[in-house]
Design a protein around this ligand. Structure first.
Ligand code: AMP
Length: 377
């Protein structure tokens, strides 16, 4: 008989930080969570030392049954989470080119766990995996196919763990099997992406080869004419790395308003700040634009689902988005919207043609659940 998997450690290992959560999967409870920062820049020397700190913080546990890891990119190799073996590790290493900053840190976290928790199984859960069901017409770019063949340049999509989690929760809420549910899922946080979900599977998503595409985000520009980037690079004599920083770290809401935090921007807009007002309208416009498109893509959604820091908490942004969805027969229940904060709630009015629901995401729990599922086989 297989051993019961009770305690699952979830590791989200970034380039200079390591976040962890420990779950009791039998009770369905989180036991501990924490963060180690400044890895390699003043704090622990590497991920192994950071993990040793975590082990000490947890009181040297001897009863961890499995470890789930958030891994940025699974390319086209990983359509599913995977138990870490030498062969899987080799394949993951071949994908470092898709995430030169994140992937070495993700894989460093796995290797540190293999050293410290000897014999405990590790499972890699990929941000891209849920989106691997996209058809070519959504995933391919209209450029010379040699770039896809040689370099794997195509749309992959991210936040997959969150989108998959809220699809499952939404199906339960709608009392439909996952395989029959059509949704537009909106993960709106500091990074944001939408997914078109038909019969429980992703058929399109707004992020692309990297998380830069799609929505207006905290510090990322989202969709932009590639020629605009080339023009700025030429005028400012930017290297590709400098352009990458400009578009990923110095654009979006931050560039428009001076803050990447939606709360600051809502407060400023309320006080009449014109750029804050414009930024919120751009955010709402682009979200509504994608919702309209994805509603068509899925052949009519059973619900629009919102999640993430903004989706779960910002009544102002939600009101602006839903206000633009009248053509879909969607109406906001203003009172319900004002009340909904960090909980499951329906914010559309009774007569709304498509319900709009808030479902808080929990990526760490989703990783822990997937870890158990993969190991149980
Ligand atoms: P996340 O990346 O999911 O943690 O989301 C971060 C974003 O959620 C930031 O832009 C925050 O300003 C936003 N956020 C969190 N709480 C609220 C709130 N109460 N009202 C508006 N925005 C919020």
């Amino acid at each position: 008989m297989k051993k019961q998997i009770r305690k699952v450690l979830v590791i989200n290992s970034g380039s200079s930080s390591l976040k962890y959560q420990l779950f009791d999967m039998v009770k369905g409870e989180r036991i501990a969570k924490g963060l180690v920062e400044r890895i390699g820049c003043g704090g622990p020397k590497d991920h192994t030392e950071a993990l040793a700190n975590v082990v000490a913080e947890l009181g040297n546990p001897k009863d961890i049954d499995a470890i789930g890891h958030r891994v940025l990119h699974g390319g086209e190799i990983f359509k599913e989470s995977v138990k870490v073996t030498a062969a899987a590790m080799k394949k993951m290493k071949s994908l470092v080119k898709f995430g030169p900053l994140h992937m070495p840190a993700n894989l460093g976290g796995i290797e540190a766990c293999e050293r410290i928790f000897k014999g405990v199984p590790n499972v890699a859960v990929f941000d891209t995996a849920f989106h691997q069901t996209m058809p070519d017409c959504a995933a391919q770019y209209a450029i010379d196919p040699k770039y896809y063949k040689k370099m794997g340049i195509r749309k992959y999509g991210f936040h997959g763990t969150s989108h998959k989690f809220i699809v499952q929760e939404a199906a339960r809420l709608l009392k439909k099997p996952v395989s029959k549910v059509n949704l537009v899922t909106c993960h709106m946080g500091n990074g944001s992406s939408l997914a078109a979900v038909k019969n429980g599977e992703c058929v399109d998503t707004s992020m692309g080869l990297t998380p830069l595409a799609g929505m207006v985000m905290g510090t990322r520009c989202g969709d932009i004419d590639a020629a605009a980037v080339l023009a700025i690079m030429a005028a400012e004599k930017l290297t590709p790395a400098e352009a990458d920083t400009l578009l990923n770290k110095k654009s979006g809401l931050l560039a428009l308003t001076g803050s990447s935090d939606c709360r600051d921007i809502c407060t400023a807009a309320e006080k009449g700040d014109k750029m804050a007002e414009l930024a919120l309208e751009m955010l709402a416009y682009r979200t509504a634009f994608y919702i309209g498109g994805y509603n068509t893509v899925v052949g009519g959604a059973d619900a629009i689902v919102m999640t993430g820091g903004i989706g779960e908490n910002s009544k102002e942004v939600r009101e602006r988005i839903v206000g633009r969805l009248g053509a879909l027969g969607i109406k906001l229940d203003k009172k319900a919207n004002a009340k909904a904060r960090g909980v499951v709630a329906t914010i559309s009015a009774k007569g709304s043609k498509i319900p709009v629901v808030i479902i808080p995401t929990n990526e760490e729990l989703a990783i822990a659940q997937d870890t158990v599922r993969i190991l149980k086989g």
